[in-house]
Design a protein around this ligand. Sequence first.
Ligand code: GLP
Length: 243
Amino acid sequence: IRDNAATVADYVAEYIKERILQFEPSAERPFVIGLPTGSSPIGVYKRLVAYHRDGILSFKHVVTFNMDEYVGLPRDHPESYHSFMWEHLFKHVDIPPESVNILDGNAADLQAECERYEAKIASYGGIELFLGGIGPDGHIAFNEPGSSLQSRTRVKTLAYETIIANARFFGGDVSKVPKLALTVGVGTVMDAREVVVIITGASKAIALAKCIEEGVNHMWTVSAIQTHPRSLIACDDDATLEL
Ligand code: GLP
């Protein structure tokens, strides 16, 4: 628990930097990381970019898998998760473009795209660290309330609450928010060797309480983290209001 979102971001960025450095990634053994979008990780990406700029951290042998992507939004739309990731992280660091993996929400066969993604993760021997954020309803990636805790990468209909929460990125216009997304499953996230989740702000306080003080429950999908042997929730004071 840290004072505010900025100090949480500093903590998480420092933590990830140390994990990558200690792993000593190489071409034969890259560091495979799962990454989220949303406002929560922006501060983390800023710090990681600064580490790179200062010569402390290289992404040459880092492979990334993003959690999710909207269906049907053009890749170059400012609110696509492709645009978000290049804008906030990838264009500022030395990651080879072929090491960046983001689900294609415009694939002709969405189901096949999800299967391809899972196979690609497996081809790297799985994910070393999955970084995530949550929605106010406790969803991780786009695993909305009711998602199976065993779920894999798939097409998901967004919950109305998520559509409303994300409308702020579409000029406040709910009708402009895509209604479908591709998302890794809860099972995909939990298969990572380590899971780190950022939870900040009072709007996430109920979700944090549900997820760590109540039982593991598919209505609050990030509660699955309780079953993970190596997991960390980085939160700020405001998020702990209901604990
Ligand atoms: C979207 C993403 C989630 C993210 C959530 C929270 O729903 N699919 O992966 O955790 O937004 O966003 P924010 O960090 O802006 O609160």
